[in-house]
Design a protein around this ligand. Sequence first.
Ligand code: CDT
Length: 344
Amino acid sequence: MPRILTVAAAQLGPLQLSDSREVAVQRMLRLFERAKQRGAELLVFPELALTTFFPRHYREHLDEADQWFETEMPSPVTKPLFDAAKASGVGFTLGYAEMALEEDETFCLRKRRFNTQILVNGQGEIVLKYRKIHLPGHAEFDSNRKAQHLEKRYFEVGNLGFPVVRAAMGNLSGINMGMMICNDRRWPEAWRVLGLQGVELVMLGYNTPSANTTGIGFEAPHLRVQHSHLSIQAGAYQNATFAVACAKAGTEDGFEMIGHSIIVNPQGEILAQATTWDDEVIIADCNLDQVQLGRSTVFDFDKHRQPWAYARITDQVGAVEPHVWSRGKPYSPGLTRDADKQKA
Ligand code: CDT
């Protein structure tokens, strides 16, 4: 019997600053129903799905942003989503701004804010939580920008790594599932860490502006979609996994977001793609046995990976200047596979 899971991306059109969480959840419940009727067993909602993408709005004091954060999950407002999962047996992921009273690395108990996504199973139980690691943007108001992107102001870097969990979903007794959020998809390291845990399905929500509003350089709008797809298709292919990427789309608070949610197979092919900037369900049957081809051939990690040559990836953050060649002095780097083996 092939291991088939029917997955959906439940793309949301814009949520304005004035829209309440109740409005968002009602729309999500309608998408849930539509996805269920089309046979979905798991659906993925966007990043920060309960509110507008509030990091575009500056607030001088952090506490003034508390209104956008969830202090409990489920909450009275979000419980209907959990009830829908329980009633239907359909799982979902939900992106939201999380405020947790939690000890930090200095053991100080304090209010901590994260950009979070949870995976909920068909019994309405939370099986996995992920907190966004790659936070784009800036922490202070930037008058050079047409739109602010204040993720570094409102969120701490996620402290849960990139976990993968094996759990039942749909009719399958075990699927290796992992998550990332928006900007994470542009970082091959994030995909590889999930790949190294045998992930079979990566779920991610995103809010990506159509325009580069940094005031630095020109980026053609169509390339914003291309870069998003390129990253997801490459990540799925290179780690032999399915991926569901779900957008919040359209003009939100006067700023356009790209939409173009997709479902991708382990060959990097797009199986389904959203064509509107509105609430829209896209769906695909994922035969999870298809992950085997990549991982037993070109991406057989056990056989082909060479971690000794990748040390810079974890030893270094920024790029360093390369060695400058001078005539008559062939360049020979100190790092060799033999030295690494000798150390072992
Ligand atoms: N939400 C989020 O992470 N958005 C960023 C915007 C960066 S602009 C290319 C993203 O990577 O889509």
